[in-house]
Design a protein around this ligand. Structure first.
Ligand SMILES: Cc1ncc(COP(=O)(O)O)c(C=O)c1O
Length: 375
């Protein structure tokens, strides 16, 4: 069993995918070619915003967003400690200081109730992450941000396609950002990403930063990066978009089914040390389950027993950002963010992709039960 199966999807899309890729090879505009403009238009319409800017990776989109907002040395950006390194890393690489705020248990997203305390005169933005496929609580975050005149950047690398109160991830704040890394809900065959905004000036600036800060050929009013999207990757995403809605529905169905199967399997277990916590999805939202992540008490044992039973698992993420060596100089210590630290000790992700069969899921949950109970 694969943790994420990309081959079945390719078999489904083989002919249109090959044709799209061949078309790029034939026209030869390999970087920012016509597929990139076509993809940007389709994604903007899908998300429901005015502007989409394709970029070279989800990491680059975060940096481009921060630079476009003029964030740099001496500034602070509030974010979650429970995320992939890129979120905090790009804040620091832009020259600013990440300020961490703890998360909500079982949604794993930043806790809006704790945000206000973290705002200082140096705060220049809030960057929530929509982790595992469910958006952070944007109404609460936007309200607070608006009261303090702060822009919000959504790191939607894991949540593209998810709905928050009927609106799409990446269209919920000043700037939305996503990743097309192959394992993401909407992935390409290499690196890629995209930015979303309704603000025409921000869109223009982000387009310039994507190409070395240039507003016309070899004329550079600002600093930027090489953050361009390849035409081949855009062609791959365009092809996958044709079945994306199907896949988003399958992900939601499979995620809910995992939760039901786990509840059933563990129904008779009273010992708290043997209980499994499943994800909490708000009734006002959908998740695209970039990961289906649960919590167990003895994770090391469960990982090993799952491996022995032929079931791959992964840990997203074992060390929260405030305890990463690279952020040691920020002065956070153990115990600083107890919810994130507990999650980092307990979380484990199960195989998840839209082509998982019911039999696969039953096998995973059977192995999980045996692994937790100690077989
Ligand atoms: C939450 C989050 N932010 C940012 C990124 C960076 O995206 P990329 O790998 O496309 O640079 C990822 C991807 O792993 C991610 O999960």
């Amino acid at each position: 069993m694969d943790f994420i199966d990309l081959k079945t999807q390719y078999q489904r899309l083989r002919d249109p995918m090959n044709a799209r890729i061949q078309a790029v090879l034939d026209h030869g505009q390999y970087v920012l070619g016509p597929e990139v403009a076509e993809l940007e238009a389709r994604l903007a319409s899908y998300v429901g915003v005015e502007h989409c800017i394709g970029a070279a990776s989800g990491t680059d989109t975060l940096l481009i967003a921060l630079l476009a907002l003029g964030i740099g040395r001496g500034d602070e950006v509030i974010t979650t400690p429970f995320t992939f390194i890129a979120t905090g890393e790009m804040i620091a690489l832009a020259g600013a200081t990440p300020v961490f705020v703890d998360i909500v248990p079982r949604s794993y997203n930043i806790d809006p109730a704790l945000l206000e305390k973290a705002i200082s005169p140096r705060t220049k933005a809030i960057m929530p992450v929509s982790l595992y496929g469910q958006c952070a609580d944007f109404d609460a975050i936007n309200l607070l941000a608006c009261n303090h005149g702060l822009p919000v950047i959504e790191d939607g690398a894991q949540s593209f396609g998810a709905l928050y109160k009927g609106r799409r991830s990446c269209g919920l704040s000043a700037i939305g950002s996503t990743s097309f890394f192959p394992s993401k809900p909407l992935g390409c065959y290499g690196d890629g990403g995209a930015l979303f905004t309704n603000d025409p000036e921000l869109a223009k600036v982000m387009r310039e930063i994507r190409v070395h800060g240039q507003d016309r050929r070899y004329h550079h009013p600002r600093l930027g990066i090489n953050g361009r999207l390849d035409s081949l990757q855009a062609a791959v995403v365009l092809t996958k978009l044709d079945c994306f809605e199907d896949e988003v529905a399958a992900r939601a169905r499979l995620g809910a089914r995992y939760t039901d199967l786990i509840a059933e399997a563990f129904a008779g277990i009273d010992d708290p040390a043997l209980r499994v916590a499943t994800p909490w999805i708000s009734p006002a939202q959908t998740s695209v389950y970039a990961q289906y992540t649960i919590e167990v008490e003895d994770r090391a044992a469960v990982e090993q027993r799952m491996r022995e039973r032929g079931i791959p698992t992964a840990v997203h993420y074992p060390v929260p950002l405030h305890l990463q060596p690279v952020f040691g100089s920020l002065g956070y210590g153990s115990g600083g963010f107890p919810v994130a630290e507990t999650a980092a000790r307990r979380v484990i992700s199960l195989p998840m992709h839209p082509y998982l069969t019911e039999d696969d899921q039953a096998r995973v949950v059977r192995a999980l039960f045996e692994s937790v109970i100690g077989g």
